[in-house]
Ligand binder design. Structure first.
Ligand code: GAP
Length: 439
């Protein structure tokens, strides 16, 4: 059922909860701000996004190496990277009357509280890293990593020594990152615990511009693979104050989120040799690349960086569709088949006819072996099942009926009805050809 609201994002958030995609974190205790839990269908969509990303950026290429570094790292990493300093702080103001906190750079008036109109206090820097202590003595400070990137830089030498990559090459990582955001907001857009998919691509300084152009194309291809339409995407050249001092070029890929408008989805920065030089200085370890002729240099870095949560939001926003199909408004997720939580749903026409159910189970088991993410749905009538599967984006519904058993039209024996999510069109397909048809 569609909710009584015109706000598309509100509808998506409600659908996410109702159908097991995303729940508020720590829900039964009233939640924890800036945290969200992914339910059975959300984790399936998330995993599909991450798997497709890995396939495209690691498995399909010869110049990429995977990594899974620890979340907890030596505190010196974050001193060297600059994250303990002002560079990773946001300006905060606190209301002297109601104690609400705001990011000063998000306010037009930094003297009056937008909530209670009270007086706002002095602006202070607030570091976004979550601090923790390691070990029983509690003397060793550590942080929950605020980006996966530093795990890649500190393993640069390990990958060089163990894999002998030829430059240019990249290291890719998917993993959790944590930021104690002052004002988490807009569903998964700004949260305190999230996942990143990051690449550090190491190049010779003189070739950064040419490599940058190639990566722009790769990132565009990725967004296309997600089914995001050109009109909802735009590329913004970051200029002036927005550009980090070490970056000569950064392009933000923005998505037109419903009710919010264009905002960052992914970022692509040229980081020069800033990070490796920082770690060389702080650790005293050489992080040079050595050419076959013995010449040495510190590579420069291109960094395509993607947030899983923002990708999830963009994919759902793009897919969420309402149309009129027969009886009233239908809500469906027009997800690309490679991202849908379920590839196909299998139903017996009636749930209390054993021969139908047995045949349907046979088909279900065979397809489950083939695809894994196959749903069994025998609740309510077939129309209701279609609506339910539409709402979670299942591209195909397969119904096993009396014709499948050869009881009505002998020529239809061992054929099933396959119903297409987007068009509602139905076709009879032989069971033997079903897996190929769905593929
Ligand atoms: N290593 C570079 C880096 O971390 P970033 O622009 O701070 O760059 C990269 O983050 C991506 O991570 C963003 O484009 C966004 O998709 C995601 N991201 C960052 N902060 C986030 C937050 N608080 N909540 C959700 N996603 C976030």
């Amino acid at each position: 059922m569609a909710e009584k609201t015109d706000d598309k994002m509100e509808k998506i958030v409600a659908l996410c909860k109702r159908r097991g995609f995303v729940f508020q974190g720590s829900d039964i205790y009233g939640g924890l701000k800036g945290t969200w839990d992914f339910g059975p269908l959300g984790v399936a969509l998330n995993n599909n996004i991450k798997r497709e990303w890995w396939k495209m950026f690691v498995d399909a290429r010869e110049d990429m190496y995977g990594l899974d570094a620890a979340i907890l790292m030596n505190e010196k990493v974050w001193e060297a990277s600059g994250h303990t300093g002002a560079g990773f702080s946001d300006p905060v103001v606190v209301c002297t009357q109601c104690n609400a906190r705001f990011r000063a750079d998000h306010l037009t008036d930094i003297t009056t509280c937008p909530d209670c109109k009270g007086q706002l206090g002095e602006q202070k820097d607030f570091n976004l890293m979550f601090e923790t202590k390691v070990g029983a003595e509690g003397t060793q400070k550590s942080y929950l990593r605020p980006e996966t990137a530093q795990g890649i830089f500190v393993n640069f030498k390990n990958v060089l020594d163990s894999m002998s990559p030829k430059i240019p090459f990249g290291i890719a990582q998917i993993g959790k990152a944590f930021r104690n955001e002052i004002a988490p907001r807009e569903f998964l857009f700004r949260v305190r615990e999230f996942e990143q998919m990051e690449i550090e691509y190491f190049v010779k300084e003189e070739s950064w511009e040419a490599e940058y152009e190639k990566w722009l194309e790769e990132i565009r291809a990725w967004h296309k693979h997600l089914g995001l339409s050109g009109e909802n995407l735009r590329e913004v050249e970051v200029e002036g104050d927005g550009l980090a001092h070490y970056s000569k070029r950064t392009v933000d890929f923005e998505y037109n989120y419903p009710g919010k408008g264009f905002d960052e989805l992914s970022g692509f920065a040229y980081r020069s040799d800033h990070d490796l030089q920082n770690h060389i200085r702080a650790s005293g370890v050489s992080l040079e690349y050595i050419e076959a002729d013995g010449s040495r240099f510190v590579p420069h870095v291109l960094e395509p960086s993607f947030g899983v949560g923002r990708t999830f939001m963009a994919v759902l926003s793009e897919a969420y569709t309402e149309d009129d199909m027969g009886s009233g408004t239908r809500v469906y997720l027009k997800l690309p088949a490679h991202l849908a939580p379920y590839r196909v749903a299998i139903s017996p026409l009636l749930k209390n006819k054993p021969p139908l159910v047995e045949k349907a189970r046979e088909v279900f088991v065979a397809l489950k072996k083939e695809f894994g993410n196959v749903a069994w749905d025998d609740n309510g009538n077939v129309g209701k099942r279609y609506r339910r599967q539409d709402e979670i984006g299942t591209p195909y519904c397969v119904v096993i009926d009396f014709e499948t058993l050869g009881e009505e039209k002998p020529e239809h024996k061992d054929t099933v009805t396959v119903r297409n999510r987007d068009t509602g069109a139905q076709e009879r397909v032989h069971i033997k050809e079903l897996a190929t048809y769905i593929k």
